[in-house]
Design a protein around this ligand. Structure first.
Ligand SMILES: Nc1nc2c(ncn2[C@@H]2O[C@H](COP(=O)(O)OP(=O)(O)O)[C@@H](O)[C@H]2O)c(=O)[nH]1
Ligand SMILES: [Mg+2]
Length: 443
Protein backbone atom coordinates (compact mmCIF):
# COMPACT_ATOMS: atom_id res chain seq x y z
CA UNK A 1 0.00 0.00 0.00
CA UNK A 2 1.15 3.57 -0.65
CA UNK A 3 2.62 5.47 2.26
CA UNK A 4 0.81 8.46 3.59
CA UNK A 5 3.12 11.44 3.47
CA UNK A 6 3.13 14.92 4.92
CA UNK A 7 5.31 18.02 4.76
CA UNK A 8 5.26 21.67 5.68
CA UNK A 9 4.36 23.38 2.37
CA UNK A 10 5.42 26.87 3.43
CA UNK A 11 8.97 28.11 4.07
CA UNK A 12 10.15 27.53 7.65
CA UNK A 13 10.46 30.43 10.06
CA UNK A 14 8.30 33.03 11.75
CA UNK A 15 5.24 33.69 9.58
CA UNK A 16 1.54 34.43 9.85
CA UNK A 17 0.52 31.03 8.57
CA UNK A 18 2.23 27.70 7.98
CA UNK A 19 0.59 25.11 5.74
CA UNK A 20 1.17 21.41 6.35
CA UNK A 21 0.09 19.08 3.57
CA UNK A 22 -0.91 15.43 3.98
CA UNK A 23 -1.53 12.93 1.19
CA UNK A 24 -2.24 9.21 1.04
CA UNK A 25 -4.77 6.59 2.08
CA UNK A 26 -4.28 7.20 5.83
CA UNK A 27 -5.06 10.93 5.60
CA UNK A 28 -8.47 10.62 7.26
CA UNK A 29 -6.97 8.44 9.99
CA UNK A 30 -4.25 11.04 10.57
CA UNK A 31 -6.88 13.77 10.95
CA UNK A 32 -8.66 11.53 13.45
CA UNK A 33 -5.40 11.09 15.35
CA UNK A 34 -5.16 14.91 15.52
CA UNK A 35 -8.50 14.95 17.32
CA UNK A 36 -10.95 15.46 14.44
CA UNK A 37 -13.83 13.08 14.88
CA UNK A 38 -14.49 13.27 11.14
CA UNK A 39 -12.96 15.30 8.28
CA UNK A 40 -14.61 18.61 7.34
CA UNK A 41 -16.76 18.76 4.18
CA UNK A 42 -14.73 18.27 0.97
CA UNK A 43 -12.68 21.34 -0.07
CA UNK A 44 -14.18 23.47 2.75
CA UNK A 45 -12.09 25.28 5.33
CA UNK A 46 -13.12 24.39 8.88
CA UNK A 47 -11.71 25.86 12.09
CA UNK A 48 -10.64 23.03 14.39
CA UNK A 49 -8.54 22.44 17.49
CA UNK A 50 -5.71 20.04 16.71
CA UNK A 51 -4.25 17.82 19.41
CA UNK A 52 -1.32 15.46 19.63
CA UNK A 53 -2.11 11.74 20.00
CA UNK A 54 -1.29 12.29 23.71
CA UNK A 55 -4.05 14.90 23.93
CA UNK A 56 -1.97 18.13 24.14
CA UNK A 57 -3.33 21.09 22.16
CA UNK A 58 -1.10 21.88 19.14
CA UNK A 59 -2.99 24.80 17.65
CA UNK A 60 -6.39 25.98 16.53
CA UNK A 61 -6.35 26.34 12.76
CA UNK A 62 -8.05 25.69 9.46
CA UNK A 63 -8.34 22.15 8.18
CA UNK A 64 -9.13 21.35 4.55
CA UNK A 65 -10.04 17.88 3.35
CA UNK A 66 -9.57 16.92 -0.31
CA UNK A 67 -10.89 13.40 -0.93
CA UNK A 68 -9.28 11.55 -3.86
CA UNK A 69 -9.30 11.18 -6.78
CA UNK A 70 -10.12 14.83 -7.54
CA UNK A 71 -7.34 16.23 -5.34
CA UNK A 72 -3.98 17.65 -6.43
CA UNK A 73 -2.22 14.31 -5.90
CA UNK A 74 -5.20 12.19 -6.88
CA UNK A 75 -5.17 10.67 -3.38
CA UNK A 76 -7.04 11.52 -0.20
CA UNK A 77 -5.27 14.58 1.11
CA UNK A 78 -5.59 17.44 3.56
CA UNK A 79 -4.08 20.78 4.48
CA UNK A 80 -3.58 22.18 7.94
CA UNK A 81 -3.29 25.98 8.07
CA UNK A 82 -1.51 26.64 11.35
CA UNK A 83 0.00 29.65 13.06
CA UNK A 84 3.40 30.02 11.44
CA UNK A 85 5.64 29.62 14.47
CA UNK A 86 8.48 27.10 14.55
CA UNK A 87 7.11 25.42 17.71
CA UNK A 88 3.62 24.92 16.28
CA UNK A 89 4.97 23.35 13.07
CA UNK A 90 7.37 21.17 15.07
CA UNK A 91 4.53 19.93 17.28
CA UNK A 92 2.32 19.17 14.27
CA UNK A 93 5.23 17.36 12.58
CA UNK A 94 5.82 15.23 15.68
CA UNK A 95 2.14 14.39 16.00
CA UNK A 96 1.94 13.27 12.36
CA UNK A 97 5.11 11.17 12.73
CA UNK A 98 3.63 9.61 15.88
CA UNK A 99 0.48 8.68 13.98
CA UNK A 100 2.59 6.72 11.47
CA UNK A 101 2.99 9.19 8.59
CA UNK A 102 6.26 9.79 6.78
CA UNK A 103 7.85 13.11 5.79
CA UNK A 104 7.56 13.60 2.03
CA UNK A 105 10.59 13.60 -0.28
CA UNK A 106 11.17 16.76 -2.33
CA UNK A 107 8.59 16.92 -5.11
CA UNK A 108 6.77 13.82 -3.89
CA UNK A 109 3.28 15.38 -3.91
CA UNK A 110 3.70 16.42 -7.54
CA UNK A 111 5.24 13.07 -8.39
CA UNK A 112 2.13 11.39 -7.05
CA UNK A 113 0.01 13.78 -9.07
CA UNK A 114 1.91 12.66 -12.19
CA UNK A 115 1.71 8.97 -11.31
CA UNK A 116 -2.02 9.27 -10.72
CA UNK A 117 -2.53 10.97 -14.07
CA UNK A 118 -3.41 14.38 -12.61
CA UNK A 119 -0.52 16.11 -14.42
CA UNK A 120 1.64 15.37 -17.44
CA UNK A 121 5.38 15.36 -16.96
CA UNK A 122 5.82 18.75 -18.61
CA UNK A 123 3.15 20.13 -16.31
CA UNK A 124 4.93 18.70 -13.30
CA UNK A 125 8.07 20.45 -14.54
CA UNK A 126 6.06 23.64 -14.84
CA UNK A 127 5.02 23.37 -11.18
CA UNK A 128 8.70 23.34 -10.22
CA UNK A 129 9.42 26.24 -12.59
CA UNK A 130 6.58 28.31 -11.17
CA UNK A 131 7.85 27.81 -7.65
CA UNK A 132 11.34 28.86 -8.79
CA UNK A 133 10.16 31.80 -10.91
CA UNK A 134 11.73 35.12 -9.96
CA UNK A 135 10.60 37.22 -12.88
CA UNK A 136 7.34 37.96 -14.60
CA UNK A 137 8.38 36.21 -17.83
CA UNK A 138 9.49 33.06 -16.00
CA UNK A 139 6.20 32.91 -14.13
CA UNK A 140 4.12 33.46 -17.27
CA UNK A 141 5.96 30.73 -19.13
CA UNK A 142 5.65 28.27 -16.25
CA UNK A 143 1.96 29.01 -15.87
CA UNK A 144 1.34 28.57 -19.59
CA UNK A 145 3.10 25.22 -19.47
CA UNK A 146 1.15 24.19 -16.38
CA UNK A 147 -2.08 25.04 -18.15
CA UNK A 148 -1.08 22.78 -21.03
CA UNK A 149 0.28 25.18 -23.68
CA UNK A 150 3.38 23.08 -24.27
CA UNK A 151 1.49 19.80 -24.14
CA UNK A 152 -1.00 21.07 -26.72
CA UNK A 153 1.74 21.74 -29.26
CA UNK A 154 3.13 18.24 -28.84
CA UNK A 155 -0.34 16.64 -28.93
CA UNK A 156 -1.04 18.43 -32.17
CA UNK A 157 2.19 17.08 -33.65
CA UNK A 158 1.45 13.59 -32.41
CA UNK A 159 -1.93 13.64 -34.11
CA UNK A 160 -0.25 14.57 -37.39
CA UNK A 161 2.12 11.66 -36.97
CA UNK A 162 -0.72 9.26 -36.38
CA UNK A 163 -2.26 10.34 -39.67
CA UNK A 164 0.99 9.52 -41.45
CA UNK A 165 1.20 6.24 -39.61
CA UNK A 166 -2.29 5.29 -40.72
CA UNK A 167 -1.21 5.59 -44.36
CA UNK A 168 1.90 3.51 -43.77
CA UNK A 169 0.05 0.84 -41.82
CA UNK A 170 -2.38 0.54 -44.69
CA UNK A 171 0.46 -0.12 -47.07
CA UNK A 172 1.93 -2.74 -44.72
CA UNK A 173 -1.16 -4.59 -43.60
CA UNK A 174 -3.20 -4.94 -46.72
CA UNK A 175 -2.37 -6.85 -49.88
CA UNK A 176 -1.48 -4.79 -52.91
CA UNK A 177 -4.79 -5.29 -54.70
CA UNK A 178 -6.77 -3.66 -51.90
CA UNK A 179 -4.67 -0.58 -51.53
CA UNK A 180 -3.87 2.09 -54.07
CA UNK A 181 -0.23 1.83 -55.05
CA UNK A 182 0.59 5.32 -53.83
CA UNK A 183 -0.70 4.83 -50.31
CA UNK A 184 2.74 4.99 -48.69
CA UNK A 185 3.57 8.05 -50.75
CA UNK A 186 0.56 9.74 -49.17
CA UNK A 187 2.42 9.69 -45.87
CA UNK A 188 5.03 12.01 -47.35
CA UNK A 189 3.02 15.19 -47.04
CA UNK A 190 2.12 14.99 -43.32
CA UNK A 191 5.65 13.87 -42.46
CA UNK A 192 7.20 16.74 -44.40
CA UNK A 193 4.82 19.24 -42.81
CA UNK A 194 5.65 18.01 -39.36
CA UNK A 195 9.37 17.99 -40.07
CA UNK A 196 9.16 21.64 -41.06
CA UNK A 197 7.31 22.44 -37.84
CA UNK A 198 9.86 20.57 -35.72
CA UNK A 199 12.76 22.27 -37.43
CA UNK A 200 11.20 25.69 -36.81
CA UNK A 201 10.63 24.80 -33.16
CA UNK A 202 14.25 23.66 -32.82
CA UNK A 203 15.53 26.85 -34.45
CA UNK A 204 13.57 28.71 -31.77
CA UNK A 205 14.56 26.34 -28.97
CA UNK A 206 16.86 28.68 -27.05
CA UNK A 207 13.99 31.09 -26.37
CA UNK A 208 12.05 29.00 -23.87
CA UNK A 209 15.18 27.82 -22.11
CA UNK A 210 16.51 31.37 -21.88
CA UNK A 211 13.25 32.64 -20.40
CA UNK A 212 13.49 29.91 -17.81
CA UNK A 213 17.25 29.91 -17.10
CA UNK A 214 18.19 33.49 -17.95
CA UNK A 215 19.43 35.34 -21.04
CA UNK A 216 23.24 35.37 -20.93
CA UNK A 217 25.18 38.55 -21.58
CA UNK A 218 29.00 38.49 -21.46
CA UNK A 219 31.17 41.58 -21.07
CA UNK A 220 34.35 40.92 -23.03
CA UNK A 221 37.43 42.93 -23.93
CA UNK A 222 41.08 43.56 -23.15
CA UNK A 223 42.27 44.07 -19.57
CA UNK A 224 41.63 47.58 -18.25
CA UNK A 225 38.97 48.39 -20.86
CA UNK A 226 36.50 49.07 -18.03
CA UNK A 227 34.60 45.75 -18.02
CA UNK A 228 34.26 45.53 -14.25
CA UNK A 229 33.25 49.21 -14.13
CA UNK A 230 30.53 48.51 -16.70
CA UNK A 231 29.39 45.37 -14.88
CA UNK A 232 28.98 47.35 -11.66
CA UNK A 233 27.24 50.24 -13.41
CA UNK A 234 24.71 47.94 -15.11
CA UNK A 235 23.99 46.18 -11.82
CA UNK A 236 23.89 49.42 -9.87
CA UNK A 237 26.23 48.07 -7.18
CA UNK A 238 29.88 47.25 -6.57
CA UNK A 239 29.81 43.57 -7.45
CA UNK A 240 33.28 43.34 -9.04
CA UNK A 241 36.64 44.87 -8.14
CA UNK A 242 37.64 47.84 -10.29
CA UNK A 243 41.32 48.76 -10.39
CA UNK A 244 43.75 50.43 -12.78
CA UNK A 245 45.87 47.24 -12.53
CA UNK A 246 45.25 45.06 -15.60
CA UNK A 247 44.38 41.40 -14.96
CA UNK A 248 42.51 41.95 -11.67
CA UNK A 249 39.41 39.97 -12.67
CA UNK A 250 40.17 36.28 -13.11
CA UNK A 251 37.07 34.25 -12.47
CA UNK A 252 33.83 34.65 -14.36
CA UNK A 253 31.56 36.65 -12.07
CA UNK A 254 27.87 36.14 -12.83
CA UNK A 255 25.12 38.33 -11.48
CA UNK A 256 21.38 38.20 -12.14
CA UNK A 257 19.52 41.18 -13.50
CA UNK A 258 15.90 41.70 -14.54
CA UNK A 259 15.32 43.54 -17.83
CA UNK A 260 11.74 44.13 -19.02
CA UNK A 261 10.57 41.27 -16.79
CA UNK A 262 13.10 38.80 -18.21
CA UNK A 263 15.80 37.15 -16.16
CA UNK A 264 19.28 38.05 -17.41
CA UNK A 265 22.65 36.69 -16.32
CA UNK A 266 25.36 39.28 -16.73
CA UNK A 267 28.99 38.13 -16.56
CA UNK A 268 32.20 40.02 -15.91
CA UNK A 269 35.36 38.15 -16.75
CA UNK A 270 39.09 38.22 -17.19
CA UNK A 271 40.43 40.54 -19.88
CA UNK A 272 41.50 38.66 -22.97
CA UNK A 273 45.27 38.83 -23.42
CA UNK A 274 48.30 36.59 -23.84
CA UNK A 275 49.79 35.87 -20.46
CA UNK A 276 51.95 33.31 -18.71
CA UNK A 277 50.36 33.65 -15.26
CA UNK A 278 48.68 30.24 -14.89
CA UNK A 279 45.75 31.68 -12.90
CA UNK A 280 45.09 34.28 -15.53
CA UNK A 281 45.47 31.73 -18.34
CA UNK A 282 42.69 29.69 -16.74
CA UNK A 283 40.67 32.90 -16.29
CA UNK A 284 40.99 33.68 -19.99
CA UNK A 285 39.99 30.14 -20.92
CA UNK A 286 36.83 30.38 -18.78
CA UNK A 287 36.04 33.83 -20.12
CA UNK A 288 36.24 32.60 -23.70
CA UNK A 289 34.07 29.58 -23.01
CA UNK A 290 31.37 31.63 -21.25
CA UNK A 291 31.44 34.33 -23.92
CA UNK A 292 31.15 31.82 -26.75
CA UNK A 293 27.99 30.34 -25.20
CA UNK A 294 26.39 33.69 -24.36
CA UNK A 295 23.34 35.06 -26.16
CA UNK A 296 24.94 38.47 -26.48
CA UNK A 297 28.45 39.83 -26.04
CA UNK A 298 29.15 43.40 -24.97
CA UNK A 299 32.57 43.98 -26.39
CA UNK A 300 34.23 46.80 -24.52
CA UNK A 301 37.24 48.62 -25.99
CA UNK A 302 39.33 51.31 -24.33
CA UNK A 303 38.82 54.08 -26.89
CA UNK A 304 41.73 56.06 -25.46
CA UNK A 305 44.23 53.25 -26.08
CA UNK A 306 46.62 52.81 -28.97
CA UNK A 307 48.08 49.41 -28.16
CA UNK A 308 45.93 47.16 -30.37
CA UNK A 309 44.97 45.06 -27.33
CA UNK A 310 41.35 44.88 -28.56
CA UNK A 311 42.35 42.49 -31.35
CA UNK A 312 42.64 39.54 -28.99
CA UNK A 313 38.86 39.49 -28.41
CA UNK A 314 37.92 40.10 -32.04
CA UNK A 315 37.43 36.43 -32.95
CA UNK A 316 34.62 36.14 -30.39
CA UNK A 317 32.59 38.89 -32.00
CA UNK A 318 29.34 37.87 -33.69
CA UNK A 319 27.34 40.07 -36.04
CA UNK A 320 24.62 41.06 -33.56
CA UNK A 321 26.99 41.80 -30.68
CA UNK A 322 27.36 45.30 -29.24
CA UNK A 323 30.69 47.10 -29.54
CA UNK A 324 31.35 49.89 -27.05
CA UNK A 325 34.21 52.36 -27.24
CA UNK A 326 34.69 53.20 -23.58
CA UNK A 327 36.47 56.12 -21.92
CA UNK A 328 34.92 58.63 -24.32
CA UNK A 329 35.78 61.28 -21.70
CA UNK A 330 39.49 60.85 -22.60
CA UNK A 331 41.31 61.81 -25.79
CA UNK A 332 40.73 59.23 -28.49
CA UNK A 333 43.61 56.85 -29.24
CA UNK A 334 44.53 55.10 -32.48
CA UNK A 335 42.55 51.98 -31.53
CA UNK A 336 39.20 53.78 -31.79
CA UNK A 337 39.45 54.30 -35.55
CA UNK A 338 40.67 50.74 -36.10
CA UNK A 339 37.72 49.34 -34.12
CA UNK A 340 35.23 51.51 -35.99
CA UNK A 341 36.62 50.22 -39.26
CA UNK A 342 36.34 46.59 -38.07
CA UNK A 343 32.93 46.99 -36.39
CA UNK A 344 30.81 49.83 -37.77
CA UNK A 345 28.18 49.34 -35.06
CA UNK A 346 30.64 50.61 -32.40
CA UNK A 347 29.14 53.19 -30.04
CA UNK A 348 31.00 55.65 -27.83
CA UNK A 349 30.49 55.33 -24.07
CA UNK A 350 31.96 56.55 -20.83
CA UNK A 351 31.16 54.23 -18.00
CA UNK A 352 32.81 56.34 -15.32
CA UNK A 353 30.95 59.44 -16.51
CA UNK A 354 27.73 57.53 -15.70
CA UNK A 355 26.51 56.95 -19.23
CA UNK A 356 24.89 53.51 -19.01
CA UNK A 357 21.16 54.42 -18.93
CA UNK A 358 20.95 54.39 -22.73
CA UNK A 359 22.83 51.10 -22.89
CA UNK A 360 20.47 49.52 -20.34
CA UNK A 361 17.47 50.58 -22.42
CA UNK A 362 19.13 49.12 -25.52
CA UNK A 363 19.78 45.85 -23.69
CA UNK A 364 16.14 45.66 -22.52
CA UNK A 365 14.97 46.07 -26.11
CA UNK A 366 17.33 43.38 -27.33
CA UNK A 367 16.32 40.87 -24.67
CA UNK A 368 12.63 41.52 -25.34
CA UNK A 369 13.14 41.14 -29.09
CA UNK A 370 15.04 37.87 -28.65
CA UNK A 371 12.76 36.26 -26.08
CA UNK A 372 9.24 37.34 -26.95
CA UNK A 373 7.43 35.33 -29.57
CA UNK A 374 3.94 34.66 -30.87
CA UNK A 375 3.95 30.95 -30.11
CA UNK A 376 4.45 29.24 -26.80
CA UNK A 377 8.01 27.82 -26.87
CA UNK A 378 8.18 24.11 -27.67
CA UNK A 379 11.29 23.73 -25.53
CA UNK A 380 11.76 25.06 -22.03
CA UNK A 381 14.34 22.49 -20.87
CA UNK A 382 17.18 20.53 -22.39
CA UNK A 383 15.07 17.36 -21.90
CA UNK A 384 12.48 18.67 -24.36
CA UNK A 385 15.12 19.61 -26.91
CA UNK A 386 16.66 16.12 -26.85
CA UNK A 387 13.27 14.52 -27.52
CA UNK A 388 12.42 16.98 -30.26
CA UNK A 389 15.74 16.25 -31.96
CA UNK A 390 15.13 12.52 -31.69
CA UNK A 391 11.70 12.94 -33.29
CA UNK A 392 13.16 15.03 -36.10
CA UNK A 393 15.86 12.43 -36.84
CA UNK A 394 13.31 9.60 -36.98
CA UNK A 395 11.12 11.58 -39.36
CA UNK A 396 14.06 12.27 -41.65
CA UNK A 397 14.78 8.57 -41.74
CA UNK A 398 11.13 7.76 -42.38
CA UNK A 399 11.10 10.08 -45.39
CA UNK A 400 14.10 8.26 -46.79
CA UNK A 401 12.42 4.86 -46.56
CA UNK A 402 8.86 5.42 -47.78
CA UNK A 403 9.32 2.67 -50.37
CA UNK A 404 9.64 0.28 -47.47
CA UNK A 405 6.58 1.26 -45.46
CA UNK A 406 7.39 -1.14 -42.64
CA UNK A 407 10.67 0.64 -41.95
CA UNK A 408 9.13 4.06 -42.35
CA UNK A 409 6.26 3.16 -40.02
CA UNK A 410 8.71 2.08 -37.36
CA UNK A 411 10.50 5.43 -37.53
CA UNK A 412 7.23 7.33 -37.40
CA UNK A 413 6.26 5.31 -34.35
CA UNK A 414 9.58 6.13 -32.69
CA UNK A 415 9.08 9.82 -33.48
CA UNK A 416 5.63 9.71 -31.86
CA UNK A 417 7.14 8.00 -28.89
CA UNK A 418 9.79 10.70 -28.49
CA UNK A 419 7.16 13.43 -28.63
CA UNK A 420 4.97 11.52 -26.19
CA UNK A 421 7.81 11.33 -23.73
CA UNK A 422 7.70 15.08 -23.27
CA UNK A 423 4.40 14.58 -21.50
CA UNK A 424 5.75 11.41 -19.88
CA UNK A 425 3.52 9.08 -21.84
CA UNK A 426 5.39 6.15 -23.24
CA UNK A 427 4.04 6.12 -26.69
CA UNK A 428 3.72 2.98 -28.79
CA UNK A 429 0.53 1.45 -27.41
CA UNK A 430 -1.70 4.49 -27.50
CA UNK A 431 -0.42 5.41 -30.94
CA UNK A 432 -1.34 2.00 -32.27
CA UNK A 433 -4.76 2.04 -30.60
CA UNK A 434 -5.54 5.34 -32.26
CA UNK A 435 -4.25 4.16 -35.60
CA UNK A 436 -6.59 1.22 -35.66
CA UNK A 437 -9.50 3.11 -34.20
CA UNK A 438 -9.31 5.88 -36.77
CA UNK A 439 -8.13 3.83 -39.67
CA UNK A 440 -10.43 3.62 -42.65
CA UNK A 441 -9.42 2.10 -45.92
CA UNK A 442 -12.56 2.99 -47.76
CA UNK A 443 -14.47 -0.20 -47.03
N1 LIG B 1 38.53 57.81 -17.81
C1 LIG B 1 37.81 56.72 -17.70
N2 LIG B 1 38.25 55.69 -16.99
C2 LIG B 1 37.50 54.60 -16.89
C3 LIG B 1 36.23 54.49 -17.55
N3 LIG B 1 35.73 53.28 -17.28
C4 LIG B 1 36.63 52.64 -16.49
N4 LIG B 1 37.70 53.42 -16.27
C5 LIG B 1 38.90 53.11 -15.46
O1 LIG B 1 39.65 52.11 -16.12
C6 LIG B 1 40.33 51.29 -15.18
C7 LIG B 1 40.05 49.85 -15.42
O2 LIG B 1 38.70 49.61 -15.14
P1 LIG B 1 38.12 48.15 -14.85
O3 LIG B 1 36.67 48.30 -14.79
O4 LIG B 1 38.83 47.54 -13.69
O5 LIG B 1 38.58 47.42 -16.18
P2 LIG B 1 38.60 45.87 -16.52
O6 LIG B 1 39.99 45.42 -16.36
O7 LIG B 1 38.20 45.83 -17.99
O8 LIG B 1 37.64 45.17 -15.66
C8 LIG B 1 39.86 51.75 -13.82
O9 LIG B 1 40.84 52.60 -13.27
C9 LIG B 1 38.58 52.51 -14.12
O10 LIG B 1 38.31 53.50 -13.16
C10 LIG B 1 35.78 55.63 -18.31
O11 LIG B 1 34.67 55.66 -18.89
N5 LIG B 1 36.61 56.71 -18.35
MG1 LIG C 1 37.90 43.59 -14.41
Amino acid sequence: MTDTIFAPATAPGRAAVAVVRISGPATAAALAALGLRRPPGPRRAALRTLRSPQGAVIDRGLVLWFPGPSSYTGEDSAELHLHGGLAVVAAATQALLDSGLRLAEPGEFTRRAFENGRLDLDQAEAVADLVDAETDAQARQALGQLEGALGERYDHWRRQLIEALAQLEAAVDFPDEDVPADVAARAREPIEALLTALEAALADEARGRRIRDGYRIAIIGAPNAGKSSLFNALLGRDAAIVTPIPGATRDVIEAPLVLSGYKVLLADMAGLRDTVDPVEVEGVRRARAWAAEADLRLWLVDGSASDGAWRLAADLLQPRDMVLLNKADLAEGADAAAVRAAAPQAQALSVSAGGVAGLLAGLSDRVTADLSGAEFPAVTRARHRGLLEAARDHLRRALGSLEEPELAAEDVRLAARALGRVAGRIGAEDVLDLVFASFCIGK
